[in-house]
Design a protein around this ligand. Structure first.
Ligand code: NAD
Length: 312
């Protein structure tokens, strides 16, 4: 049998009837993946599917010796702990491409909302201030350069969508050759500092790992152009929130769009909570991946892989 740790019983249909499936712990509309109920749910499983749950040594110790696979229902692998699983002979996998279209569009939507100062205007107009200049004057994006940090699947899709909007699209990715970027019509930059130096807006599409944690910090933001915009639809851990708040306050950052925070809910962290109160921010609740098609395709892919591993 398999256990799906972060999904409700409604997922049963995607697993079919040939796998004995358990779900939970799902309580009061929220996934409880930290307590004893979560750890208890893992006992005896041959396969485990996770979403936001964190794979730790404690979790792996609880898995029975025959457990063969742990699947991450999503793109990011920061909570999968692939190295630990490998050391225990457990196959770990994720679903890398089910929401490339959604996340790249979400990034562009956040960026344009900031460029056009939609959030500030919307709030003021709805309060009765019918004024052309209320909320600030937007920039002409066709004169500007936008930089992409992380030129992987989502970064490349975002570059295609940004090209008709901005004068230049730049990218920084230490693992992708400049020639490949040129093939996308994108100019490579050899360092984060040089990207920041040349860009009027920056979007983040790098994974969270030890090398990228807090890559956006007080030091790295220094070369940023005054009034530059930053959008993060990758992971909250890429960004040091204190540095973002400080730069929003002094105007170095003209706006911040974020779908992701650490901890997950920004209201649980005083600095992130403060970021929400700025008229120059736009935020969503970690749902850049979401569309009517993406969730189902992600779950089907996980169920198919689990079935393949367990039944073949
Ligand atoms: P990907 O693996 O295809 O691409 C990531 C790219 O980042 C790679 O090209 C890699 O070389 C590059 N990279 C690695 N370290 C870097 C560094 N230090 N500096 C700059 N670039 C670096 O992944 P993807 O599918 O494009 O997804 C990117 C991230 O987006 C995921 O890791 C995930 O965390 C996040 N994501 C978020 C959502 C959401 O709903 N908000 C949904 C899907 C993915």
């Amino acid at each position: 049998g398999a256990v799906d740790c972060d999904r409700a019983d409604v997922e049963r249909e995607v697993y079919g009837t040939d796998i004995q499936m358990r779900f939970g712990p799902y309580r009061d509309g929220a996934f409880d993946v930290s307590g004893d109920a979560f750890l208890g749910a893992l006992r005896g499983a041959d396969a485990v599917a996770i979403y936001r749950a964190q794979i730790t040594q404690e979790v792996v110790d609880l898995l029975k010796p025959g457990c063969r696979v742990v699947a991450r229902q999503g793109v990011g692998t920061d909570n999968l702990n692939a190295g630990l699983l490998e050391r225990h002979g457990i196959l770990g996998f994720h679903v890398p491409d089910y929401c490339v279209d959604e996340v790249s569009s979400h990034t562009v939507a956040m960026l344009l909302a900031l460029e056009r100062k939609l959030i500030a205007q919307d709030g003021l107009v709805k309060e009765g201030r019918w004024s052309i200049h209320a909320g600030g004057v937007p920039r002409r994006t066709g004169d500007l350069s936008v930089g992409i940090v992380g030129f992987g699947r989502i970064g490349r899709a975002t570059s295609r969508k940004l090209q008709p909007l901005y004068r230049r699209v730049l990218a920084y990715d230490p693992y992708v050759h400049d020639d490949l970027m040129r093939g996308y019509g994108v100019q490579g930059r050899p360092s984060l500092a040089e990207l920041f130096f040349d860009a009027d807006a920056v979007v983040l599409h790098a994974p969270l790992d030890d090398s990228t944690r807090h890559m956006i910090n007080d030091m790295s933001l220094r070369p940023l152009r005054r009034g530059a915009l930053l959008v993060n639809t990758a992971r909250g851990g890429l960004v040091q929130p204190e540095a973002v708040l400080e730069r929003l306050r002094d105007g170095r950052l003209g706006g911040y769009g974020s779908d992701v925070f650490t901890p997950e809910n920004p209201c649980d962290h005083p600095v992130n909570k403060e970021i929400l109160t700025s008229p120059h921010t736009v935020v969503t609740a970690h749902r850049a991946f979401l569309s009517d098609a993406s969730e189902r395709s992600q779950r089907l892919r996980v169920a198919e892989e689990i079935r393949r591993v367990l039944l073949t």
